[in-house]
Design a protein around this ligand. Structure first.
Ligand code: FES
Length: 111
């Protein structure tokens, strides 16, 4: 299990994320994946419930399909980028662990 960031932890900056796009946070070696759609950011533990491996690629890039679906880079399970619910693939019926975040200026902080 990966750690959850304490409230107030800076996880990244809005201008460092592609729009739309997803990227692993630098916090704890990429323990959180940040998903940006415009000024909206959601965050999840960067751990796929299928096999317990990171969702993101080794270089930190997250795979966001059509700005709506986060795709696991290992076996292709897909997750709703807002809710974290699995929408297809080998993690069917499971979901990502959501991390609540807020924007403070351009900083993305755990809340
Ligand atoms: S580890 Fe993510 S789909 Fe298998």
């Amino acid at each position: 299990m990966r750690p959850k960031p304490p409230p107030g932890t800076v996880l990244g900056r809005l201008d460092e994320l592609p729009d739309p796009g997803a990227r692993a946070s630098d916090w704890e070696g990429g323990a959180v994946v940040l998903v940006r759609r415009g000024e909206t950011v959601t965050a999840f533990t960067n751990l796929c419930p299928h096999a317990g491996l990171p969702l993101c690629l080794p270089d930190g890039r997250g795979l966001l399909h059509k700005g709506e679906t986060l795709v696991c880079s290992v076996h292709g399970a897909s997750f709703d980028a807002m809710s974290g619910d699995c929408t297809g693939g080998p993690a069917a019926g499971d979901r990502l662990m959501a991390i609540s975040v807020e924007l403070v200026g351009s900083e993305i902080r755990a809340s």
